[in-house]
Design a protein around this ligand. Structure first.
Ligand SMILES: O=C(O)CCC(=O)C(=O)O
Length: 295
């Protein structure tokens, strides 16, 4: 599927260079009040919906002490699959424009999520890199976060380690071979945590981080929730590697091309090829049908 959103130039060259060199951006009040009001309204619908559940399901991830009277949400999974406002925002709105600007043309949407980090102890996100969760054929994937409310240092803002996107790709498995989804304590001890950039900002502020960036966030010990709407895009020439991590299970809109049409061009090991069409949804024809044009 392709979405014909037109790419606009919204960043300065200095901001693009900053992203390339440091691996992140922080844009204060980037999303306007009209979008913010619509996003908050959509989010509120899911908070209300969460009152009907006692444990996490495929749409909502809730904390163990979540109750209908006192909801405690961790995440709305793949928001754009469940609400048109989120769909339009992610496919046509500011994050889509920003991704196209940073990646220089049409982009491939991968997945989105709304992390709530609830007040009074909303959980930390341990230091990790994203690319191990959903490897791609290159390192262009980036994630754009939008704070739906004001976020200060007490609320567990996103923390990024500038420049780490150009460094080591860490092993996110535990010593016993189980998936940890976070750097080991030994690897964390090697990081310069004092250099961490904490991306705070008023409602509508945007964070961008590259898929290789070491990042995470502390618990939210404030009395306010910290809803952060995150969406991931890659360059159009970049493809998720099937069979690893979340690739293939990131929601029904994963793979949508924004701002162009699928090109099926890709570069592997320095060689460029024009791959066959995407047959993953309709089923593949046989080589006989394709070659005889009757399949
Ligand atoms: O919500 C956050 O603070 C960080 C989110 C994150 O890194 C993730 O969900 O992968």
């Amino acid at each position: 599927m392709a979405i014909s959103t037109t790419a606009e130039t919204i960043l300065s060259e200095e901001q693009r260079v900053f992203y390339r060199e440091h691996g992140y951006l922080q844009l204060d009040s980037f999303v306007d009040e009209v979008w913010l009001a619509a996003l908050r309204e959509a989010s509120q619908e899911f908070i209300e919906l969460s009152r009907q559940i006692t444990e996490s399901n495929k749409v909502l991830d809730v904390e163990p002490d979540h109750t209908s009277g006192a909801p405690r949400l961790r995440r709305l999974i793949s928001p754009l699959d469940h609400h048109d406002t989120f769909y339009r925002f992610t496919m046509e709105g500011p994050p889509a424009q920003l991704a196209m600007d940073l990646l220089g043309g049409p982009v491939r949407f991968h997945h989105s999520k709304l992390n709530y980090k609830w007040s009074g102890g909303g959980e930390e996100v341990k230091w990790h890199q994203d690319i191990q969760f959903w490897p791609h054929t290159d390192f262009t994937p980036l994630t754009i976060g939008v704070y739906l409310d004001d976020v200060d240092g007490e609320m567990g803002p996103m923390g990024v380690l500038p420049g780490s996107h150009l460094g080591r790709l860490y092993d996110l498995y535990d010593a016993d071979g189980s998936w940890a989804g976070a750097l080991s304590e030994a690897d964390v001890a090697t990081l310069d945590l004092g250099a961490m950039a904490w991306l705070e900002g008023p409602a509508g502020s945007v964070t961008v981080h590259n898929c290789c960036m070491v990042h995470g966030s502390l618990p939210n010990n404030s009395s306010r929730a910290r809803p952060l709407l995150l969406q991931t895009y890659s360059a159009i020439e970049s493809y998720p590697v099937a069979g690893i991590g979340a690739n293939g299970v990131t929601g029904r809109n994963g793979g949508t091309i924004v701002g162009g049409s699928p090109s099926q061009m890709l570069e592997i090991d320095g060689r460029v090829l024009h791959g066959a069409p995407d047959w993953s949804r309709k089923g593949a024809p046989t080589i006989f049908g394709s070659q005889q044009k009757d399949g």
